[in-house]
Ligand binder design. Structure first.
Ligand code: PMP
Length: 408
């Protein structure tokens, strides 16, 4: 018989339900554990640029500290930061926002969280085209909402079709998320591809659109970036456009993201933030001003470096028996099918039934850590984050090729 649970034992709140630490974080921890045990593991799990934050941004942070900007700031962004964000939206995206339509928080992640906490009632539905960034679904659940997952096909470039969206919308739909370029598929929508999808949203006045533009600057082959509120201006009054400095300027640890949308939503988000963090870090805000207003050539150079790595990884995956990888348009991920290796048995005697089995095989027998598509809402695929050094990518790709060859 089980011992009774002591009255003093910790009981998690019901709202957490079955939500755990992100599966990607768990897999990365497992990989790092193997590394500590001396195994030569290459971790291609986390979505984090391997570059350093550019020097002029570090400098701006040091100057802010020296000026004594080390206190609480205005709740959702200093005047300087909001002005820099306002200019960014106008200059890069052709979007006009008043300062009270702009908010900044501790990462794009907090902006998304604030938005959901500020708007979602129990039972409200949030449409997530899959594959999607896992945090979306968990944040919707914490907010009491229901994630409605719409599987997008590889044949349609992992983009949602207008028909799919139309049939997913119900009277309870509160938000539709569009993340372009996408984590994890790397798929991006052109303005022409977005428009018919947005027109579906336009026909349903209760539905709001969340545009997660965090990978805006990591877009390849000379493609033009398209953001929903600019593509269909009539949707502007029910769109929240989210962005941040983490990916474009290699500033993940600074925790600074921002959003812009209708002022009633922005005000409600400020209420959530005021009770959660009071404001983003004063120093990171000063750094973000430098990032947004300073030289942008480093962003373009790094984008080119990511594109070269994409080409290397896609070619290697397509040369691996049983794997198939479409060429992603942006972000720093490949999302390859591993359908062709399922049903095979590894030299170690493990039957590969799912993408998770394949990823476990890659990690345990070939020391490469990647993320199974099932965790990201679409199987049987796996995600590689190629925000890693070329040397590591070459070695990891060689190992993946050997791992696949060993199955046939
Ligand atoms: N959106 C997407 C799609 C992401 O991949 C990430 C980071 N993994 C974020 C938002 C959050 O970025 P941050 O909080 O660092 O700004």
């Amino acid at each position: 018989m089980n011992a009774p649970i002591p009255a003093t034992a910790f009981r998690a709140a019901d709202r957490l339900g079955a939500i755990g630490v992100s599966e990607i974080v768990r897999l990365t921890q497992e990989a790092n554990q193997l590394k500590r045990q001396g195994q030569p593991v290459i971790v291609l799990g986390l979505g984090e640029p391997d570059f350093d934050t550019p020097a002029h941004i570090l400098e701006a942070a040091q100057q802010a500290m020296a000026r004594g900007e080390t206190h609480y700031t205005v709740l959702d962004g200093t005047a300087e930061l909001k002005a820099a964000i306002q200019h960014k939206f106008k200059h890069d995206n052709g979007l006009d926002f008043a300062l009270n339509e702009i908010t900044a928080g501790a990462g794009a992640k907090q902006i998304l969280y604030n938005a959901l906490m500020a708007s979602v009632n129990p039972g409200d539905e949030v449409i997530l085209p899959a594959p999607y960034w896992t945090s979306y679904a968990d944040m919707v659940l914490i907010a009491g909402g229901v994630p409605v997952v719409v599987p997008c096909t590889e044949a349609n470039g992992f983009r949602i079709t207008p028909e799919q969206l139309e049939s997913a919308i119900t009277p309870r739909t509160r938000w539709v998320f569009i993340n372009s370029p996408s984590n994890p598929s790397g798929a991006a929508y052109s303005a022409e591809q977005l428009r018919p999808v947005l027109e579906v949203v336009e026909r349903h006045p209760q539905v709001w659109l969340l545009a997660d533009d965090i990978y805006e600057h990591i877009l390849y082959d000379g493609r033009a970036f398209a953001t929903p509120a600019a593509v269909l201006p009539s949707l502007r009054d029910r769109t929240l456009t989210v962005n941040g400095v983490s990916k474009a300027y290699a500033m993940t640890g600074w925790r600074l993201g921002y959003g812009a949308g209708p002022k009633a939503l922005i005000a409600a988000m400020a209420v959530v933030q005021s009770q959660a963090t009071s404001c983003p870090s004063s120093i990171s805000q000063a750094a973000a001003v430098a990032a947004l207003t300073g030289p942008q050539d480093v962003v373009r150079e790094r984008c080119q470096a990511f594109q070269d790595r994409r080409d290397l990884v896609v070619a290697a995956l397509n040369a691996s028996p049983g794997l198939r990888c479409r060429v992603p348009e942006g972000a720093f991920y490949t999302f390859a099918s591993c359908e062709g290796v399922l049903g095979r048995t590894t030299p170690g005697g493990m039957l590969l039934r799912t993408d998770a089995d394949f990823c476990a095989y890659l990690l345990r027998e070939h020391h490469v850590a990647v993320v199974p598509g099932g965790v990201l809402g679409l199987a049987p695929y796996f995600r590689i984050s190629y925000a890693a050094s070329t040397a590591d990518l070459q070695e990891a790709c060689a190992r993946i090729q050997r791992a696949c060859q060993a199955l046939f």
